[in-house]
Write a protein that binds this ligand. Structure first.
Ligand SMILES: [Zn+2]
Length: 386
């Protein structure tokens, strides 16, 4: 019998997955001939092939696919979803070593080692351990190796559209084994200030769109402070409005007739990104500027699982038992695929690794933490019946 709950198993499975590049082009030109996740999904499917499980590939787009492995449970209740993403961000700055996994002491280095193949490995280890020992899960388990988390989240959205009965979900991301119950959502779009051009020798004949944008940006700062005092959340910082790009003017000797800013609006649990955007649009309409708003480039709801939900408390108890008494239900400012389950079922984000190593050069994860996480996932699989 293979023992999957060991550092050696974690090193082998994670090392194999890191050695397979699954780089999401994140909006850049793409010339691939198969989904970026395909080769890693082949490896995962191979690990489950000896067992009586259903293995389903879900074609999301020519660029992305999901792999879903379903284990039967003792109850016929809704399933417990374990989701991690297979795609990674590019590794342009360290291509010489990013896909050559190396182990130093307890740490495994390589692109995706932390974000997100560590969580994926821990989920695979936990599921394989149950299968190897013939231990049935309490509820049916769907292990979803999702595509395209790093750009447009089309993998989880495709899964969601399938309307599978999900009773609760664990989303693996680097949280240092802390169960995250809530995080922010996002609305992102462009606002253009319109003016009137004129020769710069007679600026009084024009309307300067850049000066208008300055008024707009100043007002967004005031508005951020207002909503921060209105929407307080003990688990995270308040809502944030960031002007992340600006473009304006055509030539050096003309009053600019147009200036466009990009707005990244992070909303906290209890706010809806669409309603928050509408409220912002209403407010800035009162500034006396001529404005137009682009379509949304990104809209993700916040994760909003109650801290006193039985699923939250159950997972917390297991984390404390296995990872230590310092474990606590947390909130985070960033977003994850868990946003796309939050309105239907309780969802938590939980995984090994530190987010500060994600997307960074020499990304790494502790292998003993991967094993501890696999033990936590395994215990949840054995005990949560919905
Ligand atoms: Zn991730």
């Amino acid at each position: 019998m293979t023992d999957y709950m060991t550092v050696q198993a974690a090193e082998r499975i994670l090392g194999d997955l890191v050695a397979i590049p699954t780089v999401n082009p994140v909006g850049r030109p793409w010339t691939g001939t198969q989904p970026v996740e395909r080769a890693a999904n082949d490896t995962i499917a191979g690990l489950f092939a000896p067992y009586a499980v259903s293995i389903e590939r879900q074609a999301v787009s020519p660029m992305h696919e999901n792999l879903a492995v379903t284990l039967p449970g003792r109850s016929k209740a809704g399933c417990l979803l374990f989701e991690s993403h297979v795609d990674t961000v590019p590794a342009d700055e360290w291509l010489d070593r990013a896909f050559l996994p190396r182990v130093e002491g307890d740490l495994l280095y390589g692109r995706g080692s932390c974000d997100d193949k560590a969580s994926l490995t821990a989920m695979i280890m936990a599921a394989l351990d149950l299968l190897e020992r013939g231990l049935p899960a309490a509820a049916p388990i769907v292990l979803l190796a999702a595509g395209d988390e790093e750009y447009a989240q089309t993998g989880i959205k495709h899964f969601r559209a399938g309307n599978i009965d999900v009773a609760a979900g664990i989303f693996g991301e680097p949280t240092r084994l802390m169960p995250v119950v809530q995080h922010k959502g996002t609305a992102r779009w462009d606002i253009t200030v319109h003016g009137r051009s004129a020769h710069t020798s007679r600026p009084e004949l024009g309307v300067n769109a850049i000066l208008g944008a300055m008024d707009l940006i100043r007002d967004l700062g005031v508005y951020q402070e207002e909503i921060r005092s209105r929407y307080r959340n003990p688990l995270m910082t308040g809502p944030a409005i960031t002007v992340s790009m600006i473009r304006g003017g055509r030539t050096r000797n003309a009053v600019p007739d147009e200036c466009t800013i990009s707005v990244d609006f992070r909303v906290t649990p209890g706010m809806h990104p669409l309603a928050a955007r509408d409220a912002l649009i209403d407010r800035v309409a009162g500034l006396g500027l001529e404005l137009s708003h682009s379509d949304l480039q990104i809209m993700t709801p916040p994760l909003d699982t109650p801290v006193d939900h039985p699923f939250s408390l159950h997972v917390l108890e297991i984390c404390r038992k296995i990872a230590g008494s310092q474990a606590n239900l947390c909130g985070e400012p960033y977003g994850t695929d868990a946003s796309w389950l939050s309105d239907r079922a309780p969802a938590l984000v939980l995984g090994p690794g530190d987010i500060s190593y994600a997307h960074a050069v020499d990304e790494r994860v502790s292998l003993t933490e991967v094993v501890a996480c696999a033990q936590i996932y395994r215990e949840i699989m054995l005990t949560w019946a919905g």
